[in-house]
Design a protein around this ligand. Sequence first.
Ligand code: ADP
Ligand code: ADP
Length: 232
Amino acid sequence: DRAVSLRQLTRRYGTGPGSVTALDGVSLDFHHGTFTAVMGPSGSGKSTLLQCAAGLDRPTSGSVTVAGTELTGLSETRLTLLRRRHIGFVFQTFNLLPSLTAEQNVGLPLRLAGRRPPSALVREVLERVGLGGRRRHRPSELSGGQQQRVALARALITRPQVLFGDEPTGALDSATSREVLVLLRDMVSAEGLTLVMVTHDPVAASYADRVVFLVDGRLTGEVLGASAQDIA
Ligand code: ADP
Ligand code: ADP
């Protein structure tokens, strides 16, 4: 029932005396249908952990297993296929294509996989994030919260097992941020999505079932369940 397993994950940038150890032997499991927040000071390795877990970066040593497949031995091609099938990613800056409408942005992962996005499916996913009425709008015509909802719909259209978020609410005001967090939490409980979210914000982290802490590339602790709310 593990969606993601990290074992002795180490990521070093550069070699020799100037090298930086961004992750230093991190072992961690993310179970199906759980919401984990990853916190820690700037430079503690949070982004690196997310990128390695999502198959966007390769660790120096250790292993990453997603949906039963070990990523470390995979070719770039197979890794890309596995990412497309099982992994979604949302970013602080939304990363929408400005010239495309909401529905075109949402359909993009299917187009990249060589499929025509079924309009009923695109509509359904946009409705799930509360944007059924904004299908033809471009990112510049949407608020920050609406843009992040489009990004979320785009990440979810392939029905990934795991969704990674790197400060997904970092660019949103606190009220909008809470709306997006409620939406995310509902998707975890209603659909068994596994959510791993990096955040600096204790209020955002309090929406998670579990909060893990990184310092200097090492896990220093975790807080579970209701007490996760205490960190806010
Ligand atoms: P966080 O997300 O917690 O701010 P990062 O994972 O971005 O931490 O970075 C961890 C450490 O690794 C930092 O010291 C950072 O400067 C370094 N680092 C991250 N990415 C690179 C890179 N591409 N090249 C060199 N150093 C990097
Ligand atoms: P975050 O906002 O998550 O802390 P950063 O600003 O640390 O992100 O990093 C943004 C991007 O720059 C990441 O892709 C990271 O790998 C890269 N990066 C971070 N630190 C360095 C560095 N010292 N040298 C090169 N690239 C870096």
